[in-house]
Design a binder for this molecule. Structure first.
Ligand code: 13P
Ligand code: SF4
Length: 309
């Protein structure tokens, strides 16, 4: 089917079924352009909480669909590709995390939303890269904290808040791949460019960044800054919105270490296509289904986060 026809069918189906399409900034441009709502992990969770549609299609990865389901257990939550996982969520299996918690008694368990529902069910509060610093700072300084699964984000929050959170050893394969060497070469070439980086990146990359922030924060910064060029160290899908908001500015994606792969593109996020989105609206599959007990436990840390955001 031609793209124009696919887009028109998606429009008709979403109207007919009272469905909304939410997309993360790392989705392919065609999906970002057709979405009713586009945002980072926090914004998508907030929008899912507010949603009144009968069906929510989450164009992102599995954990984002699960968060929408946890907040809307009676709604139909669909994702275009059930195989759209997340290396960061996978780096924290719930059984191992449970043992880790046991090894550190009397600790408050804070987890990044990039986790499975089962890990959220073990948590006291969830955070996203947008609100992690604010939420950690709202906890008493003496409180002992376990933070998982992203060690880079955890290490960055520790450095910003003076806390000594115990960190789970997990990471995102996309943000870990950025090459400092290639970034510095680019900086030599574009000496006026600002380096902007997501806190999931490794410390050496964060140390040379002019600005560090969540996907939404990077987008806002690039729009407000007087700089004309930006070296962007996060998943390159965000460049679509950056360029849309600031057509006169230049955005250069920071390359990964391994030049044989396009590792600054998340292969999981890129699994979703317009065709899969159309099929998912048509067949109402794949659907996110979660066990009630997990929902009951996992909703508490998410609600706590949303209240504090
Ligand atoms: P944010 O959407 O919180 O910036 O997280 C980035 C990410 O890696 C999502 O998978
Ligand atoms: Fe997971 Fe990283 Fe992909 Fe985000 S970019 S979905 S954290 S693998």
């Amino acid at each position: 089917m031609e793209q124009k026809e696919l887009i028109s069918k998606i429009h008709s189906l979403r109207k007919e079924k009272n469905a909304i399409i939410m997309a993360h900034y790392y989705q392919i441009p065609e999906i970002q352009d057709i979405a009713d709502y586009i945002g980072d992990s926090l914004a998508l969770a907030q929008e899912a909480e507010r949603a009144t549609a009968d069906i929510i299609v989450v164009c992102g990865v599995n954990f984002m669909g699960e968060t929408a389901k946890i907040l809307n257990p009676h709604k139909k939550i669909l994702i275009p590709d059930a195989n759209a996982g997340c290396s960061l969520a996978d780096s924290c299996p719930s059984e191992k995390f449970k043992k880790f918690i046991k090894k550190h008694p009397n600790h408050t368990v804070v987890t990044y939303v990039n986790t499975t529902a089962a890990v959220k069910a073990l948590s006291d509060i969830t955070v996203t890269s947008t609100n992690a610093k604010k939420i950690i700072e709202s906890l008493p300084f003496a409180e002992k904290i376990i933070f998982g699964p992203d060690k880079n984000l955890g290490d960055y929050i520790n450095s910003q808040t003076g806390r000594q959170m115990v960190l789970w050893d997990g990471a995102c394969h996309v943000h870990e791949q950025f090459s400092l060497e290639k970034l510095l070469k680019l900086k030599n070439q574009f000496s006026d460019a600002q380096i902007i980086a997501h806190p999931e990146c490794k410390k050496p990359v964060l140390m040379v960044a002019n600005f560090i922030g969540s996907t939404q924060a990077l987008l806002n910064y690039s729009a407000k800054s007087d700089a004309k060029q930006f070296l962007v160290a996060t998943e390159s899908g965000i460049l679509h919105q950056m360029q849309k908001l600031s057509p006169q500015k230049e955005f250069i994606p920071v390359p990964p270490d391994d030049s044989t792969c396009a590792c600054n593109e998340c292969n999981f996020m890129r699994m979703n296509t317009l065709e899969k989105l159309y099929n998912c609206l048509r067949t109402e599959q794949p659907e996110i289904l979660l066990n009630e007990e997990i929902i009951e436990k996992a909703v508490k840390p998410i609600k706590r986060m949303l209240k504090m955001s």
